[in-house]
Design a protein around this ligand. Structure first.
Ligand SMILES: *[C@@H]1O[C@H](CO)[C@@H](O)[C@H](O)[C@H]1NC(C)=O
Ligand SMILES: *[C@@H]1O[C@H](CO)[C@@H](O)[C@H](O)[C@H]1NC(C)=O
Length: 318
């Protein structure tokens, strides 16, 4: 059957892709560390007198870099993997009844993440726009972030690179400390600065802050509240991003033809720009900080097992 053949084709292809996807995380972290390292630090006087301005400049510079990543590094998620056999193609995704389904793996110890939560009031329309643009081109070779779990990673009390085991008592103490931080935060009015597609195939929304507590300050407060947390965090201190989708493979060949482009990068730029035309400038309010224990690897991204504690931001004026 043609459909089965196509799925099988895609699937044999996508087995390598599962590997890439995993390695893409590493690349992704590398990207952000690099950005952090490269970002020029403004004179300290400026930093003190006008830190919110410098944070927003810092975000712009970072987003510019992320936007160039696909051209500078190519679509790594299309190439990688064919060479490397080292990791068993591990099963991060499987096809179940024709649907891409994540294969969940327990995280030991569980990752403890602090994230800002985006309400479905905002995430659902975004998610619909993302699907409208990308779904026809990728069929099943794409994983969409669950719109009930759109989030902005802020700070990890423990992550998979530097695990910090904690007892139940210690976890309760961390959660209480995070709740206290949340009470001092002002809800953020944010605006979607742009959508970018990284070389690792992650479609990201990059946001700017109109008012409220700046992400850089939120991270600084969390660091003080969680002194045992890994020194090295995963992201730039100023970044405010949320992932919308992850591309797992090539776009459908038939559609590439009707677009008269044999270069997938060109098509990616076209799709990203279509999406930007739809949702760039979208405004949202963020008023919850979550303390999440992820029992599965990437639970927030893959609908895994987790325990969420939700804290409302307490400051009423921005
Ligand atoms: C999306 O997340 C919500 C909240 O955790 C959950 O109830 C729902 O089952 C998830 N959807 C899918 C398709 O897994
Ligand atoms: C692709 O090329 C064909 C003929 O060369 C043309 O009819 C069609 O409109 C083109 N499609 C796009 C999307 O540019």
């Amino acid at each position: 059957m043609a459909v089965t053949g196509r799925v099988r084709n895609w699937w044999s292809h996508s087995k390598t892709v599962a590997l890439i996807w995993f390695s893409s995380l590493a690349l992704f972290y590398f990207l952000f560390q690099m950005a952090l390292h490269n970002s020029t630090s403004p004179p300290s006087a400026l930093l003190v007198s006008d830190s919110s301005m410098s944070n927003s400049n810092r975000r712009s510079t970072l987003y510019d870099k992320m936007e160039r990543d696909l051209d500078e590094h190519g679509a790594a998620f299309l190439k990688h993997g064919e060479t490397s056999q080292s990791l068993s193609l591990s099963d991060l995704f499987t096809l179940k009844d024709g649907f891409v389904t994540p294969v969940l793996k327990a995280a030991h110890p569980p990752v403890r993440a602090n994230v800002l939560y985006m309400s479905t009031k905002y995430s659902v329309p975004i998610s619909e726009a993302v699907k409208q643009v990308f779904d026809p081109y990728f069929d099943k070779a794409i994983w969409f972030q669950n719109s009930s779990l759109y989030h902005f990673s802020m700070f990890h009390a423990s992550h998979h690179i530097v695990p910090v085991p904690a007892s139940e008592v210690e976890i309760e103490a961390e959660a209480a400390a995070v709740k206290a931080v949340a009470e001092g935060l002002c809800p953020l009015e944010i605006v979607l600065d742009r959508v970018v597609l990284t070389s690792t195939g992650v479609l990201l929304g990059c946001w700017q802050v109109v008012s409220g507590t700046d992400p850089a300050n939120i991270r600084a407060k969390l660091r003080t509240a969680l002194p045992r947390a890994p020194e090295k965090q995963l992201y730039d201190a100023a970044i405010l991003h949320t992932s919308f989708a992850r591309l797992l493979s090539h776009p459908k060949a038939s559609l590439m033809d009707t677009d008269n482009t044999s270069n997938p990068i060109e098509l990616f730029h076209k799709l990203v720009s279509q999406l930007n035309n739809k949702i760039r400038g979208f405004k949202a309010t963020v008023s919850e900080l979550w303390y999440v224990e992820e029992y599965d690897v990437l639970a927030l991204a893959l609908n895994g097992k987790m325990k969420v504690r939700r804290f409302q931001m307490g400051c009423s004026r921005a």
